[in-house]
Design a protein around this ligand. Structure first.
Ligand code: NAD
Length: 485
């Protein structure tokens, strides 16, 4: 049987779809029903080699083009993505289960933003002139070569573009490996780039599990690795890249704090907590899953939150009215159920949710625990599902110490009407991405990334350019050169 979502072939190499049936089969599953919607194959050694060779060859010519020429292609790709936003969003919903209400505004659109932003920036990339008396030094911003991108399953199109756009703008080529759970949309990104005029081989997609990722990371043909994934995977990938002295960007997991003071606008704070815990069914790396609420407003906060959660529309993800979809996979559902059981067992108060929904597919209720303490498993480990932990606090000094008492440092947020306190708290957070009276905004113009175990490097903004290029310094002597003998 062929499915409407079945890609032409598993991989996209050197400007075209490529298949190798010898690779291990991977079923692509629609999370809302559990149905198989496509069948693909993992990359074999031959496919990996083909993709890396194509990227190496294409990179040389791509880097010779001017920034204006490269940028024009990326911006054209951004326009095509926007024109096809509906179809791309439907595909993303098939692949991830996320409601169309989300995919139509947050996936291909944010991928297009990255292509447009870095496309615009490509022509501005330049070195520096440093005068040294008569002599001078100039710097040349050069590409790194072949970059490997490895993605997680929560934002497949966005991750493929957030890595591809800056890499290509700088004159690199990329081999991208999507998550094995959501392999479909990165193929569309590659197809669109080629349609926009990208030379064959500059952006390639290969499929597979961790073993394919590991083979790419350790390959000597690779100069840089950018991973979006969990901390344990990040440790392995970073170590393997270090052995080859490769550049890395690590976008990893988190257990971010959201601190709500008693002077906050209650509805805004509840909105922040909803966005930072239940958007994409809680499968967002920067989620503020430790919600610290100042004691005086705790019950009012929980009452308003429970009331607002009652308005969630849980159902067919393709229906534009649906605002809460399924988990991405059976395995992720089981992991999250395990954490919910742990929360109950360790004495947290289950305020709402906690159960699987009785229907096909991988559905969990939005879940809120209150009376959570810092030592509980649900307050320490990344759950990556729709589970909010509400913790009490008395004062600012105490809550800052507790908010930072974690190995993670991806994001953090504060809700308060006190301006000085808002900035003091943001300054005190040990996190790469902070929010004041909002949560989880990720515009392409702003750097995004983690501190501590949550990662290395930054995506988006001009900061990403530093992670996809290197500077060559050229010293120019104008006079005679003296030597000791
Ligand atoms: P994961 O770590 O299991 O897998 C991520 C990717 O790495 C997948 O493509 C996987 O196939 C690949 N991989 C696994 N083992 C590998 C190895 N040894 N070598 C090379 N590649 C390997 O993560 P996931 O379950 O797909 O995604 C969820 C995690 O991603 C969460 O921890 C989440 O916080 C994190 N995440 C982070 C960001 C961010 O920007 N910081 C964004 C989204 C998700």
């Amino acid at each position: 049987m062929t499915y409407p979502t079945q890609p032409k072939a598993s991989h996209f190499i050197n400007g075209t779809y490529v298949e190798d049936d010898a690779g291990a089969p991977i079923d692509v599953i629609y999370p809302a029903t559990g149905e198989v919607i496509a069948k693909i194959h993992s990359a074999t050694r031959a496919i990996i080699g083909q993709a890396l060779d194509a990227a190496r060859a294409a990179q040389v010519e791509w880097a010779k083009m001017t920034g204006t020429e490269r940028g024009r292609i990326l911006r054209r790709a951004a326009d095509i993505m926007r024109e096809r936003n509906h179809d791309l969003s439907v595909l993303e919903t098939w692949d991830t289960g996320k409601p169309y209400q989300e995919t139509s505004v947050a996936d291909a659109t944010s991928g297009a933003d990255a292509l447009e932003y870095f496309g615009g920036m490509a022509a501005t990339l330049a070195g520096q002139h440093i005068q040294l008396g008569e002599d001078w030094v100039y710097t040349v911003r050069e590409p790194l070569g072949v970059c490997v991108g490895i993605g997680a399953w929560n934002y497949p199109t966005q991750i493929a573009c957030w890595k591809g756009a800056p890499a290509l703008a700088c004159g690199n080529a990329m081999v991208f490996k999507p998550s094995e759970t959501t392999p479909l949309s990165a193929l569309k990104v590659a197809e669109i780039l080629v349609e926009a005029g990208l030379p064959a081989g500059v952006y390639n997609v290969v499929q597979g599990l961790g073993d394919v990722g590991a083979a790419l990371v350790s390959d000597p043909r690779v100069d840089k690795v950018s991973l979006t994934g969990s901390v344990p995977t990040g440790r392995k990938v970073y170590a393997s890249a270090a052995a080859g002295m490769k550049h890395v960007t690590m976008e990893l997991g988190g257990k971010s704090p959201m601190v709500i003071f008693d002077d906050a606008d209650l509805d805004n704070a509840v909105s922040g907590a909803i966005l930072g815990n239940f958007y994409s069914s809680g499968q967002v790396c920067s989620n503020g899953t430790r919600v610290f609420v100042q004691k005086g407003i705790r019950e009012a906060f929980l009452a308003r939150l429970t009331e607002r959660l009652g308005k969630a529309v849980i159902g067919d993800p393709m229906d534009p009215d649906t605002s809460f979809g399924p988990m991405v996979s059976a395995r992720q559902t089981e992991i999250v159920e395990g954490y919910i059981a742990k929360g109950v067992e360790e004495g947290a108060r289950l305020v709402t949710g906690g159960k699987r929904l009785e229907r096909e597919g991988f559905w969990l209720e939005p879940t809120v625990f209150a009376d959570v303490t810092d030592d509980m498993t649900i307050a320490r480990e990344e759950i990556f599902g729709p589970v909010m932990a509400v913790l009490d606090f008395e004062d600012e000094t105490e809550v800052m110490a507790r908010a930072n008492d974690t190995e993670f440092g991806l994001a953090a947020g504060v809700f308060t009407r006190d301006l000085a306190r808002a900035h003091r708290v943001a300054a005190g957070f040990e996190a790469g991405t902070c929010y004041i009276n909002t949560y989880n905004d990720a515009p392409v113009e702003a750097p995004f990334g983690g501190a501590k175990q949550s990662g290395v490097g930054r995506e988006n903004s001009a900061a990403a350019i530093e992670h996809y290029s290197q500077l060559k310094s050229v010293y120019v002597r104008m006079g005679d050169l003296e030597a000791p003998f």
